[in-house]
Design a protein around this ligand. Structure first.
Ligand code: NDP
Length: 451
């Protein structure tokens, strides 16, 4: 990086940190993008003059609100709700809702910022947003979750809409929560429309939306592996998390011929040396989605598997690592373990699961490495397909949706190659994804004037 670009980058980051104190995840996400796009910006000075990156790093709107609700004992509980509408440059705001006790403004802003670039990569017309609450759904009854969702939507409904902002699920928000949120939205607005995605199939949802993030991740990883003449067949795969993304990544990797060795949750991980099969997968779906149990139960049900409390799966040698739980879950020591274990590829299912130090180790060791904004974009892409079906009042078959999903993941991979192929022929997927997303969003911002 030349000195002029370095000065631009340092000045930009100093301003971002100064304007947004105490928001480390937001700084981390912005820095990653800024490092990739700074040389492009300084080579096209009108982007500097128009302060395009500075504008993207300042969300268009942030809504923070009180969410009061009553638990099953009749006690009043108060949570905090958020919606960060980062950019509407290329379409209505779009991004998930997360319910997790760790949710705060920094995490919401990093996710909305990431979402802006990810949505641009999908080739579909969607802006970037994210929302959520510090509500913890763990251990709550269906009635408590419903009352919370209704209270959350009672404020949020006035800020969203099918052509304004279209939320979806994320950590802690699956089909059950989307149902309660949609029910309350419909009641308040007296409108049945496509304002939320991830809906049930009988009431406007798209086939394959639940599968899309995990399946899309595997389609993307297949393309990465193919650049080195490799594939899933016969490979050992480690997955973290055991929620929506992890489950369907595991199912697809297994069906592509891989041995899926691990799953995890925030309490620990299970290692199954025999690998998952269809029967074990069916048990995981039931355990996590119906019984809402812990992944440790897997090792009780299948005694050849071992449970490691308080640990992450990255100490088990594998060929392909797919973090699918949460941000910063792969730290430097985990990355060392992944490299030592002989992995050739790390494809992110979660958003920003790898710390900057860990990314340097993974890339430095020459592994194929894709950032979540590229490899997990299949989820939001299929949400975009759900929006299209809702607008057209149509319902596509699973085969149709799957073929769109495959094509979109392949287009994202091609964009990464176009903008991320380096002089030595290797591909920097971080640079490729950031640059491809930025060029699209920046173009729209320039076209639309100073708004
Ligand atoms: P789920 O709530 O379905 O599952 C989350 C999983 O991650 C659970 O196993 C959970 O364990 C684990 N987890 C959550 N927080 C932590 C933590 N602090 N430490 C360790 N494990 C943790 O969420 P999703 O599968 O939907 O989302 C997973 C990731 O994928 C997130 O980063 C999300 O932003 C990203 N993503 C999701 C998309 C989607 O379509 N759902 C689309 C694109 C990205 P526990 O039960 O113990 O909390």
């Amino acid at each position: 990086m030349d000195i002029f670009t370095k000065n631009y980058l340092d000045g930009f980051m100093a301003e971002v940190i100064g304007r947004n104190p105490g928001e480390p995840e937001f700084h981390q996400a912005v820095r990653e993008v800024a490092e990739s796009v700074a040389p492009y910006i300084t080579s096209a000075p009108y982007l500097m003059d128009l302060k395009v990156l500075e504008r993207i790093a300042e969300p268009e709107r942030i809504i923070i609100f009180r969410v009061p609700w009553t638990d099953d004992r009749g006690t009043i509980q108060i949570n905090r709700g958020f919606r960060v509408q980062c950019s509407s440059a290329i379409g209505p705001y779009k991004g998930g809702i997360r319910f997790h006790p760790s949710v705060n403004l920094s995490i919401m802003k990093f996710l909305a910022f990431e979402q802006t670039f990810k949505n641009a990569l999908t080739t579909l017309p969607m802006g970037g947003a994210k929302g959520g609450s510090d509500f913890n759904p763990r251990g709550k009854s269906d009635g408590e979750v419903m009352r919370f969702c209704q209270s959350f939507m009672t404020e949020m409904y006035r800020h969203i809409g099918a052509d304004t902002d279209v939320p979806a699920g994320d950590i802690g928000v699956g089909g059950r929560e989307i149902g309660y949120l949609f029910g309350q939205y419909k009641r308040l607005k007296n409108e049945f429309n496509g304002t939320l995605t991830g809906k049930g199939i009988a009431w406007g949802g798209s086939l394959l939306r639940p599968e899309a993030t995990g399946y899309g991740l595997c389609y993307f990883a297949e393309q990465m592996l193919a650049t080195r003449g490799a594939g899933f067949q016969g490979s050992k795969v480690n997955i973290s998390g055991s929620g929506n993304v992890a489950q369907y990544a595991a199912q697809k990797a297994m069906r592509l011929g891989a041995k899926v060795q691990t799953l995890s949750d925030s309490d620990g991980f299970v290692y199954d040396p025999d690998g998952l099969d269809e029967e074990k997968m069916a048990y995981v779906f039931q355990l996590k989605n119906m019984m809402r149990g812990r992944i440790s139960e897997y090792a009780k049900k299948y005694p050849t598997a071992q449970y490691f409390p308080g640990q992450r799966p990255w100490c088990v040698p594998c060929d392909i690592a797919m973090p699918c739980a949460t941000q910063n879950e792969v730290e430097a020591q985990d990355a060392e373990n992944i490299v030592k274990g002989g992995a050739i590829c790390m494809a992110e299912g979660a958003n920003m699961p790898t710390t900057p130090d860990a990314i340097r180790i993974i890339q430095g060791a020459g592994l194929l490495y894709s950032p979540g904004k590229a490899s997990n974009a299949g989820g939001v892409a299929t949400s975009g397909l759900e929006m299209s079906q809702n607008s057209m009042r149509q319902h596509w078959t699973a085969e149709e949706v799957d073929s769109y999903l495959r094509r979109i993941m392949s287009d994202i991979h091609a964009a990464c190659l176009k903008y991320g192929t380096q002089e030595d022929g290797t591909v920097n997927y971080v640079k490729g994804a950031n640059l491809a997303g930025f060029i699209k969003v920046a173009g729209a911002i320039v076209d639309q004037g100073l708004v």
